[in-house]
Design a binder for this molecule. Structure first.
Ligand code: F6R
Length: 243
């Protein structure tokens, strides 16, 4: 695992965008892993800029999302697929249908996990997976105590997560879905390069546990210690508890 400490999220975005740029120049048909949440936004903005100003192209690439709510209708603004459409897809040149989320397959929720694993495998696996980290160490919707060997599956959202996310649903927890589909921790480990980003003091403990703590499902991001090519890009606040 390599740890890169930067001064600002914008500097982190350039570091990560450099990895995307090198990959897409080498392998235009690369398979990308996309995360939602606030953390990757500077990266998506930088990729959009490079597309606009420097001709970086995604036209042959494919992408898979990390996770999705279960039960929100297509087009619902809080669907993670819609988030990626708004924050990245409509600013670059992915081919239609090139981006797939775990909720997009024509499968009942309980079959969607294995179907998603198959779709990723059939695409040749994920070359570059971008990740955020929760302040409790979660990765995707793999909350503390998730199995380190987990694969894409349906999970029940905890009341705490639904309360946290209610702010995106007019403050009404009743509107927050009760279930999600998420790549598992072992799915994330299968990516050829995993890049985890963390910004701000609120992430410092989780980053320390992920990088220096014991491997433990108590801190799901610590699973990245098993990844053969993991890069952690953090600002000084998020790096503040590292030895
Ligand atoms: C995103 C995801 C989540 C976030 C995490 C951090 O697809 O699955 O694990 O990466 O909750 O969220 P932010 O980036 O908003 O701090």
């Amino acid at each position: 695992m390599e740890v890169v400490v930067v001064e600002t999220p914008e500097e982190a975005a350039r570091v990560v965008a450099d990895a995307y740029t090198a990959l897409l120049r080498r392998t235009p048909a690369a398979v990308l892993g996309l995360a939602t949440g606030s953390t990757p936004l500077p990266v998506y903005r930088e990729l959009a800029r490079r597309h606009r100003e420097e001709g970086l192209s995604f036209s042959a690439a494919r992408a898979f999302l990390l996770d999705e709510y279960v039960g929100l209708p297509p087009g619902h603004p809080e669907r993670y697929r819609e988030f990626i459409r708004a924050e990245l897809e409509r600013h670059v040149d992915f081919a239609p249908g090139a981006i797939v989320g775990p909720g997009d397959l024509d499968a009942a929720p309980l079959d969607a996990g294995p179907a998603y694993e198959r779709a990723i495998r059939d695409a040749g696996g994920i070359d570059l997976q971008i990740l955020g980290i929760g302040s409790d160490g979660h990765l995707a919707f793999n909350m503390p105590m998730s199995s380190l060997a987990s694969r894409t599956r349906v999970k029940t959202l905890t009341t705490r997560t639904r309360q946290d996310n209610a702010r995106f649903f007019a403050g009404d927890i009743e509107q927050v879905p009760t279930h999600c589909l998420t790549q598992g921790l072992a799915t994330i480990l299968d990516s050829r390069h995993a890049v985890m980003l963390g910004f701000g003091r609120g992430k410092a403990q989780a980053v320390r546990e992920a990088v220096e703590g014991p491997l433990s499902s108590r801190w799901p991001a610590s699973v990245l210690q098993l990844h053969p090519h993991a890069t952690v890009v953090v600002d000084e606040d998020a790096a503040g508890q590292l030895a």
